[in-house]
Write a protein of this length. Structure first.
Length: 364
């Protein structure tokens, strides 16, 4: 009888965690497992999912998020998830992101089903924001899981800073697998050489810092392209206009052909204020980009060896970020050296190696 697995996440609308869980679902479906992808919220699926993976959307949330609606949505999410997991009876449920961890973990506890939870980002935007009662509640859900999977070893310290979680010991680090892109198209994606950055347009991604760093370089022949969508778009557009960079800094939205941009970028920059384990940095290095990254919590220091396969910059240091970008743009030999070393991540973070770690954990 085939092993039955359920993966649970908020949605597959786009993002690093969404790409990782999509890759894992596809991997296990290729190994003759019965795989169901459960999305708490209905949204457009931005990543390829194998035909044999069943996708279930629990709820189509409306824009009106008043208090009564939030209570209603919470009840419906929990009830529908409980009914679905009772019907499926998976051998293991794998949950990504805090809200999915809570709802799915609670459902599995009630049903007596094995489950894994996985935090994917720095906790200061998630569990740190919860009150003591809710942290206590989450602690008991996480304590009962087979493991708390973290994409970066450094995230352990984030948990230990929250008193409620000091007694948790069921942690497991599994790095993000590298995404296998299709072969890049050679057609130019921009009419000038460019610096590339990718991610959700949110404060923690630090694109405002990157734009300031770019402005200090006063480049006439190199553009800055930022791929992604999010709530900070309007603020970033205003910043770009105020700096008179409208023709040079381009917010190009979500791109399904990111491989073309990675392949053609002169430099890739990760300017995040905090991370979990930045998927886009791994992708860029795998495609051979010369990379510069802020040494934020958490992840970049476990990916970049400063001066060997990229530059690691003190967090929030705009001038050092600008200097590092300028150094790479002006030194093609250094870019080539970083590129060759960066590509080694295709071996250390291969889908085969990373999936084997997940497989051992899920099937144990």
């Amino acid at each position: 009888m085939a092993t039955k697995l359920c993966f649970v996440i908020n949605s597959l609308e786009g993002g690093g965690a969404e790409r990782v869980i999509s890759n894992l679902a596809n991997h296990f479906s290729n190994k003759d497992c019965s795989v169901t992808m459960i999305c708490l919220n209905t949204a457009q699926v931005k990543y390829h999912i194998n035909e044999q993976v069943k996708i279930v959307n629990l709820l189509d949330r409306k824009d009106n998020q008043n208090f009564l609606n939030r209570i209603r949505y919470g009840f419906l999410t929990f009830y529908r998830l409980l009914v679905l997991l009772k019907k499926e009876k998976p051998n293991c449920t794998i949950c990504f992101m805090t809200s999915a961890n809570i709802w799915a973990g609670l459902s599995c506890m009630i049903l007596g089903l094995p489950y894994l939870v996985s935090e994917r980002t720095a906790l200061n935007t998630t569990l740190d924001q919860y009150n003591k009662l809710l942290q206590w509640f989450v602690f008991h859900i996480y304590r009962k899981s087979k493991a708390i999977v973290l994409p970066a070893f450094g995230m352990f310290s984030g948990f230990k800073r929250i008193k409620q979680f000091e007694k948790l010991h069921n942690f497991k680090t599994i790095y993000n697998p590298i995404h296998q892109f299709v072969k890049p198209n050679l057609n130019a994606v921009n009419n000038k050489p460019f610096i590339l950055s990718v991610g959700r347009l949110s404060h923690e991604k630090g694109f405002d810092l990157l734009i300031d760093a770019y402005q200090r370089l006063a480049l006439s022949d190199v553009d800055l392209l930022i791929s992604g969508e999010g709530q900070e778009r309007e603020n970033l557009e205003k910043q770009i206009a105020e700096l008179n960079l409208t023709d040079k800094v381009k917010l190009i939205g979500f791109k399904s052909n990111l491989q073309d941009y990675y392949a053609q970028a002169d430099v890739f920059v990760l300017s995040s204020r905090n991370e979990g384990y930045p998927n886009v940095l791994v992708e860029a290095m795998g495609m051979g980009c010369a990379c510069v990254a802020m040494d934020c919590e958490f992840g970049p220091s476990e990916i970049i060896d400063h001066g060997v396969n990229g530059f690691l910059i003190k967090n929030n240091d705009i001038q050092s970020l600008s200097d590092a970008i300028g150094k790479l743009l002006s030194n093609s030999k250094l870019r080539d050296r970083f590129s060759a070393k960066a590509k080694l991540i295709n071996e250390t973070n291969s889908i085969e190696k990373i999936s084997a770690n997940w497989e051992e954990l899920i099937l144990s």
